[in-house]
Design a protein. Structure first.
Length: 206
């Protein structure tokens, strides 16, 4: 806490502290998360490339002739009304009889605001997280270091909520990582490559 006055003596300091401690108002936190991106506790904005097509393992060994998924990736975001976010990343890679899985789970604060160009952005600040891996049954778990939480897991994203005419069953949250692509400008055609856009989605409520 910053000291607002120079205290002439210890007595006057104690007196002032007693007055300010009694009169200090409760801190209020302004929620910035738009209602349109908030979901319930079981619904996440999701991107999935998990393969629905598997293969039969023909490599000799204990997993011979077993059916295995082709692997893929699952990315999830969930926003909460108290300026909190949750992020999950799951990657599965199965090859030559080996099953490799990796999970990343991050939580922290999020601020929805506008940038200098007037674009809708949200800023994540990761506070805690966990890495987990499973390599053919050998499991490992460790906390995410602070430098990685503040670096690769704290980001600024351009966002837009929309629907796509060729997919009437989902609502989309389109995002662009502005730290990777700082020149992205939704108001200027040609500044956003389609490959930069992450298409998170949730089911349409019936």
């Amino acid at each position: 806490m910053k000291i607002l006055f120079l205290f002439v003596s210890l007595i006057s300091m104690a007196s002032l502290y007693g007055q300010t401690a009694k009169s200090k108002p409760a801190q209020t936190i302004t929620n910035t998360v738009p209602a349109e991106v908030i979901t319930n506790d079981t619904t996440y904005w999701t991107i999935s490339t998990i393969s629905t097509v598997g293969y039969v393992n023909t490599t000799s060994g204990p997993n011979y002739n077993t059916y295995t998924s082709g692997g893929g990736m699952l990315v999830k975001f969930r926003f909460k009304p108290n300026n909190r976010f949750e992020f999950q990343l799951y990657v599965q890679a199965n090859i030559y009889g080996m099953m490799n899985e990796a999970w990343t789970h991050v939580e922290g604060t999020v601020e929805f605001t506008k940038d200098a160009k007037g674009q809708n952005i949200f800023i994540t600040k990761a506070e805690k997280g966990t890495y987990r891996t499973n390599r053919s049954g050998a499991a490992n778990s460790r906390p995410i270091p602070d430098n990685e939480l503040k670096g690769q897991h704290s980001c600024t994203y351009l966002w837009e909520k929309t629907t796509l005419k060729d997919d009437p069953h989902h609502i989309y949250l389109l995002t662009v990582d502005l730290e990777k692509y700082p020149g992205a400008d939704i108001n200027t055609p040609g500044t956003i490559d389609p490959s930069w856009v992450s298409k998170f989605h949730i089911p349409v409520k019936k």
